[in-house]
Design a protein around this ligand. Structure first.
Ligand code: FRU
Length: 488
């Protein structure tokens, strides 16, 4: 189920079921919006090289979030600047007047990055612009009154996320300004009123704030509802480079507040950045897509014709664990339709320090699932090229680790394969631990206990992994082991 599988899925490291651009450079997902049966995915795109360059918005659409169709480039740079990250909405009531009631416009709000302004040392070179489509996203026109949000003093001022707030009946927008987020409201998506700021003294500040998003979720099965604010930062992530933190709090359409003291990350792997969520999903699900890379080495990864992929689309939910709010994420249900059972075992006894080995054709296109007894567990994926990818859960210390130091090609950049990525996992409180591990040709995504923790990492094995070795320092019973092949 690769994008355009007849042409592309045999290229080295081309993901088989993750979105990639047909060719050239991609970074952040942009303009995630659902309209008339299609999920739109726009993305930061440079069509002339496989490294970052003057940004455009690439475009793809999908009916099911798994199979994507490439569309033509949606937004090109113009005299106001390059087209940086942003969001899209459907202006159903035609509040902007840019369409008609019968044919409401789709509206994209993005950042203009003005290179001349930056070179001249001015501070106002990032502003927000608007573009609209009257043909359901196929072609886009820039609004003639751009920029719609000007900037007088702030060097970093970008990545607007706009959405309809049905509680206040206003358009809302959040953007980031260096070390904080700013909130705006509007009646028509064109004239925006500044409301408040958040974040100067809370959260992680190891790098500049980027790509905000804000949305409301129910807490578990209770009637409580909370707002979640996503903020990407680069650098300053727990495993180096780029990462996405979140805040759980309250928002009245104008101001966001939180009691949260600690720093929380949506993903503890090193390759999930700049992720944001869909506007207008049909089933009211909160669907997230992240860029599966890290600015530390995004330009160096060993692919030839294109660079980087998106994470699997994931459904977000909020829960309370250890009396604290936890934002969970797990692959969207649509993925299940693509799974074909290859191996299953309801119960397997693991004897302390004795290896259990499962040989398998090709783990690079698989989902591995199992439940362990909340005891130590180590899983090693390997091949006959001597590559090994090690996943380890230390139950006593409550630490989870991914070791990709010997997982395949790692030396294209010095930090990529240098460290074991370790994460404290205090919110594993159950008697069993559910592991869901999804391997594509150049990525691994791991979800513990239905997404209480997730870990996303790029990998570049020299050959497909064909062997899974499972071991523990304690006797234990593994349950519901399944290995599924992911296919169209
Ligand atoms: C995040 C980011 C955004 C910016 C875009 C430029 O990865 O730096 O803040 O809009 O990439 O491509």
């Amino acid at each position: 189920i690769a994008v355009d599988s007849t042409k592309t899925n045999k290229e080295p490291y081309r993901p088989q079921f993750h979105f990639t651009p047909e060719k050239k450079w991609m970074n952040d997902p942009n303009g995630l919006v659902y309209y008339k049966g299609l999920y739109h995915l726009f993305y930061q795109y440079y069509p002339d090289d496989i490294v970052w360059g003057p940004m455009h918005w690439g475009h793809a659409t999908s009916k099911d979030l798994i199979h994507w169709e490439h569309q033509k480039i949606a937004l090109f740079p113009d005299k106001l600047g390059l087209i940086f990250s942003g969001s899209a909405v459907v202006d159903i009531k035609n509040t902007s007047g840019l369409g008609t009631a019968e044919n409401p416009p789709m509206i994209a709000i993005f950042t203009y990055h003005n290179m001349d302004g930056e070179k001249a040392g001015r501070k106002d070179y990032q502003t927000q612009g608007l573009a609209y489509s009257l043909d359901e996203g196929d072609t886009w026109l820039k609004y003639t009154g751009n920029p719609i949000i000007k900037n007088s003093t702030q060097k970093d001022f970008r990545d607007p996320k706009a959405f309809w707030n049905s509680e206040t009946n206003l358009w809302n927008l959040v953007l980031v300004a260096g070390d904080h987020a700013q909130f705006y409201t509007s009646k028509n998506l064109i004239n925006w009123e500044y409301q408040s700021e958040f974040g100067k003294n809370v959260g992680a500040h190891g790098g500049v704030w980027e790509c905000p998003d804000i949305f409301k979720l129910k807490v578990g099965n209770s009637n409580e509802e909370k707002w979640v604010l996503l903020i990407s930062i680069n650098p300053g992530a727990p495993n180096g480079g780029s990462g996405t933190q979140y805040f759980v709090g309250d928002y009245d359409g104008k101001r966001f507040t939180t009691d949260q003291k600690d720093i929380k990350w949506i993903d503890n792997g090193s390759d999930n950045y700049a992720g944001v969520t869909y506007n207008n999903t049909p089933d009211d699900k909160r669907v997230f897509i992240g860029w599966m890379s890290n600015w530390s080495y995004a330009r160096d990864t060993p692919t030839k014709n294109w660079r980087s992929a998106m994470t699997l689309p994931r459904e977000l939910s909020l829960d309370k664990v250890n009396n604290d709010y936890v934002l969970k994420n797990k692959p969207v249900l649509q993925l299940e339709k693509q799974l074909k059972n290859e191996y299953s075992n309801e119960s397997m006894t693991l004897t302390a320090n004795k290896k259990a080995v499962i040989n398998y054709d090709n783990f690079n296109q698989s989902q591995v699932q199992l439940a362990s007894e909340n005891k130590d567990l180590k899983m090693v994926f390997s091949n006959d090229a001597k590559d090994s990818l090690i996943i380890e859960y230390n139950a006593k210390q409550k630490v989870f680790a991914i070791d990709r130091r010997h997982s395949g090609l790692v030396n294209f950049e010095q930090s990529f394969g240098k460290e074991i990525h370790k994460t404290a996992v205090p919110n594993i409180v159950s008697n069993t631990v559910d592991f869901q591990i999804i391997l594509d040709w150049s990525s691994i995504e791991i979800f513990l206990n239905g997404g209480v923790y997730s870990f996303t990492e790029q990998i570049f094995p020299n050959k497909p992994y064909t062997k899974l070795t499972i071991l523990s320092t304690e006797d234990q019973e593994l349950k519901n082991i399944s290995i599924q092949y992911i296919n169209g």
